[in-house]
Design a protein around this ligand. Structure first.
Ligand code: SAM
Length: 253
């Protein structure tokens, strides 16, 4: 995924847009509870890959965790910076924002925990990139350190139909109303799903088109990839967030 796809527009409406951040921003506990259940140590920095608009970052910092938030998109980082400016300074200073590629990032010292909330794993739409991400996690963890990640499951209607178009309306926090049309295309062999999303703002003539791709993972492949990259799988919860996603814990051996 390139910075272009998560451009300024998508970053700005991400938390409000259906199919993107809307579900998580409406029910943060449903998605974030997994991380709070397992993360304990507030003295050691947590590494977050793909922090996006900070829907996990800010709650972690509020709870006292020290977070290194890596995201490749400067637009996403700007949205997170805005949220942190609105927080108490004691919360904001717990977060170190790093605009970098998670695949090549190397922290100053190994971490105990890496979190990857909602989707960086599947937002890398290529098997080799997903393996490179787990290899980067391996390089950045101490022995016994753990990955905590969650990502959505494919929508089986799209997998079955192969191509599907849906239309929906939503309103942003700023009060703008949008019609969003998404064409989903699924390739059964590569497991890559492409979304062509067209946003039409009420009262504005222009349309904004964004294409994003995801590569969905099945349980057995995820387990195989993690083991191949030097991890022991501790847990894969296929009922995460009421069955919407997978939640994964893996330990560096
Ligand atoms: C599906 S979004 C998830 C955002 C956020 N974690 C959340 O909870 O909504 C994926 C995020 O990963 C970031 N990303 C994509 N490729 C990346 C890479 N190679 N390194 C770091 N971040 C990346 C994108 O910019 C985007 O913010």
């Amino acid at each position: 995924m390139s910075d272009v796809q998560y451009d300024q527009f998508l970053s700005r409406i991400y938390d409000d847009a259906p199919y993107f951040g809307q579900a998580r921003s409406r029910e943060p506990e449903l998605f974030n509870g997994f991380y709070f259940k397992h993360l304990r140590d507030k003295t050691r920095r947590v590494l977050e890959f793909g922090s996006g608009t900070g829907m996990l970052t800010v709650p972690l910092a509020r709870a006292g965790f020290l977070v290194d938030s890596v995201d490749i998109s400067s637009s996403m980082q700007e949205v997170l910076a805005g949220k942190l400016r609105a927080e108490d300074s004691s919360v904001a200073k717990r977060v170190r924002q790093l605009t970098a590629d998670a695949l090549s990032y190397l922290g100053e010292e190994p971490y105990d925990s890496i979190v990857m909330p909602e989707g960086l794993v599947i937002a890398l739409p290529d098997r080799a990139l997903q393996i490179a991400l787990f290899e980067s996690c391996h390089r950045n963890l101490r022995k016994g350190g753990r990955i905590y990640a969650d990502f959505v499951q494919p929508r089986y209607k799209v997998v079955y139909e192969q191509k599907l178009q849906e239309h929906t309306r939503f309103r942003t926090r700023d009060g703008d109303e949008y019609l969003l049309s998404v064409t989903f295309r699924n390739d059964r062999h590569s497991q890559v799903e492409e979304w062509d999303a067209v946003f039409a703002r009420k009262g504005a003539p222009e349309r904004i088109a964004v294409t994003v791709s995801f590569r969905f993972l099945f349980h057995s492949e995820l387990q195989f990839m993690l083991e191949r990259c030097g991890f022991k799988v501790i847990e894969i919860d296929v009922n995460h967030a009421g069955g919407l996603g997978f939640a994964v814990i893996a330990e560096k051996v």
